[in-house]
Design a protein around this ligand. Sequence first.
Ligand SMILES: Cc1ncc(COP(=O)(O)O)c(C=O)c1O
Length: 455
Amino acid sequence: MRRVSTPATNADIFPDTARIGSDGHLAVGGCDLVALAAQHGTPLYVYDEASIRARAGQYREALARVYPGRVTVCYAAKAYCAPWILRVVADEGLGLDVVSGGELHAARVVGFPMDRVYFHGNNKSADELALAFAASVGRVVVDNREEIDRLATLARDRGVRQAVLLRVGPGVAAHTHAHLQTGAADTKFGLDIASGAAADGLRDILARRELELRGLHMHLGSQIADTEAYREGVERLFRFAAEMRAGARLVLREVSPGGGFAVRYGPDETPVDTPRMVGDVGRVVLAAARSHGFADPLPDLTIEPGRALVATAALALYRVGSVKRTGARTYAAVDGGMADNIRPTAYDARYTAVLAARANDAADATVTVAGRYCESGDILIREARLPLPRAGELIAIPVSGAYHLSMASNYNQVPRPAVVVVAEGRARLVRRRETYDDLLSLELDERQEREAARD
Ligand SMILES: Cc1ncc(COP(=O)(O)O)c(C=O)c1O
């Protein structure tokens, strides 16, 4: 066995434990992907636990090295939320960012330490806020003025004081896809600084005895590959904090510049040294804290990577059903597509692929990897360089760990994939493949409809 080299001369887009055997098979976590597909079927998502733990350790250390205050790496569960991964994240000592009652419920079910949970969202429902109180979440990240009222009422009714952060909009447009920007001047998230909405919201929180304002949060977007946007955003956040210290007696105990650290999806993209970027963001926060007089004591620093913790940990494994030449293209149709990975359709996301059983063969064909769904936009990779695949072969797509399964649907009434986690030569099934009956399990039959109408 040897480390992945050609055709992916780019080990960083594969899980850390990816190897090519002398038989040309790709293996992850000591498990042969061909054997995994034979046992569990396809599409199959294969997560490498060691990669997730390695990233967690790297980011924690990168921050701790540069930032003398308290640091927390918080996993953004929206990237992929499943009980097994929340257990790994808890075990690594990370915090957790949740954005819905469902993500919060998953955290409760696995016994995630609630003091390390941050509840985000631009429109948390009354039920979700009540759930957050019942669970005693560590922080609620406030998005809007109405939420301040709702939180204060809930806290008063329960006789507790709720710790909150205020999400501010710094008005910085990060260099990324427009759908992935969240901190620009025109965004639905948080209260923006420039218009005065953030100042009003902050005063509002400080006026409620039931709420304890711990600090400020921002999030600029996703797939941000350089620190420039963070530098600008953090500077604006601290300038705002300094104004509010003077004008509203803000005490800044915590600050979060959010997540959004980029990963690369294929060899034609520039490599990103994410641990270095995390460290650089830590330095940016430290410098801004010092220059605005917030160094004694330094606020606790939290970052919220989602994608960067899990994206490269997983491969999606598909079986080729047909290979046909149409017009100028060779189409290889696989048994998954936009319902398990909406990113190419939604964001023009680009991927690369290898043949799981011929990972050493020359990538001398250009193939369009088409999904199985009834949309012509369901193309996973428009131009993949691969050995020409044959029907029945397995295509493995790396960097499949984030925003695939968490965005997956049952479009065309197709069951969602199974998931295995590999580590040290063992594979455990953590999610079984859905069945056709699963897909109908929430639909009411005629008798149940009548009963529901009577209730
Ligand atoms: C508030 C917040 N934090 C963190 C993240 C994670 O982003 P990423 O997965 O790009 O790191 C998001 C993503 O939308 C977010 O909205």
